[in-house]
Design a protein around this ligand. Structure first.
Ligand SMILES: Nc1ncnc2c1ncn2[C@@H]1O[C@H](COP(=O)(O)OP(=O)(O)OP(=O)(O)O)[C@@H](O)[C@H]1O
Length: 261
């Protein structure tokens, strides 16, 4: 079943009299339950713009987006940002419960769902703390817990682990996969890391240098559960890694030439 349908989507900005074509004629369908990584080489190729349009934080200049809703009571999307996605004056528990409270869900339901996700992201013992008392990894756990607790139709994640150290990143990637496998949510995840995309994705979409287009759509048919050890040692993974690496390198070169001209 198709969950996200994007047709001929383009987006431009005008900044200081300069016309910036951020996205050009993107057409894409994503199935219910798919984990899709948007992998970009060159900076500024439009990944965040695409996610912001899907999150309804920005409008396309032309083209259409449809998110097929299965549960009328659910929000269409939840977003997890790279940093600063938690509300500083709320405790961990209140942050995770926030979306449910805003939707006036019954108290007992909020309590049960919040406790469940606190446990899933390993924060039960920290639920009364405030964000300033948490590490970066713990804050990202709060954001992930809140996003899933909200039970959205789709999850949008903009480099959620980019600011974390390697160890924390691996732990959080595995936790995310475990929650995703249980909930089977549709996820669109931005990353710059080929390893991360290989570990997480059913599909990897490669973006071109500006104007952003999808230049390659790769199905990752490696069985799950996956681990970072497997990503680094499996010859099939190595082959896909090199293929992606070569594509991204040429896009980065194109982008440099564009910026120098
Ligand atoms: N609000 C805005 N006003 C003007 N230009 C914008 C705006 N938002 C984005 N842009 C421009 O659109 C292009 C795409 O930006 P975007 O942030 O989507 O890229 P990205 O692929 O997410 O980049 P990065 O990999 O560096 O995070 C860039 O040239 C950026 O400067």
């Amino acid at each position: 079943m198709t969950k996200i349908e994007i047709t001929d989507l383009s987006k431009h900005f005008i900044k200081k009299n300069k016309y910036i074509e951020a996205l050009q004629n993107i057409s894409l369908t994503i199935k219910q339950g798919e984990f899709v990584c948007l992998l970009g080489g060159p900076s500024g190729c439009g990944k965040t713009t695409l996610l912001r349009i899907l999150a309804n934080l920005d409008k396309p200049s032309s083209g259409d987006i449809v998110i097929h809703q299965t549960e009328k009571k659910n929000p269409l999307q939840s977003m997890v940002f790279q940093e600063n996605g938690v509300i500083p004056w709320l405790t961990v528990e209140e942050n995770v419960a926030f979306g449910l409270k805003m939707r006036h869900m019954p108290q007992s339901f909020i309590k049960e769902r919040t406790e469940y996700y606190l446990q899933k992201v390993g924060l039960t013992n920290f639920k009364h703390l405030y964000p300033k008392e948490l590490s970066g990894g713990m804050k990202q756990r709060v954001s992930i817990g809140r996003a899933f607790a909200n039970d959205p139709e789709i999850l949008l994640m903009d480099e959620p682990f980019a600011a974390l150290d390697e160890q924390n990143k691996f732990i959080l990637q595995e936790e995310l996969l475990s929650i995703w496998q249980e909930t089977k949510k549709t996820v669109l995840f931005i990353t710059h890391s080929i390893d991360e995309a290989l570990l997480l994705s059913d599909r990897i979409l490669l973006m071109s240098a500006q104007p952003g287009q999808i230049i390659k759509d790769i199905s990752i048919e490696i069985e799950r559960p996956r681990s970072i050890e497997k990503v680094r040692s499996d010859p099939k993974m190595t082959k896909i890694f090199l293929d992606i690496w070569n594509h991204l390198q040429s896009e980065v070169k194109k982008s440099r030439l564009l910026n120098e001209s």
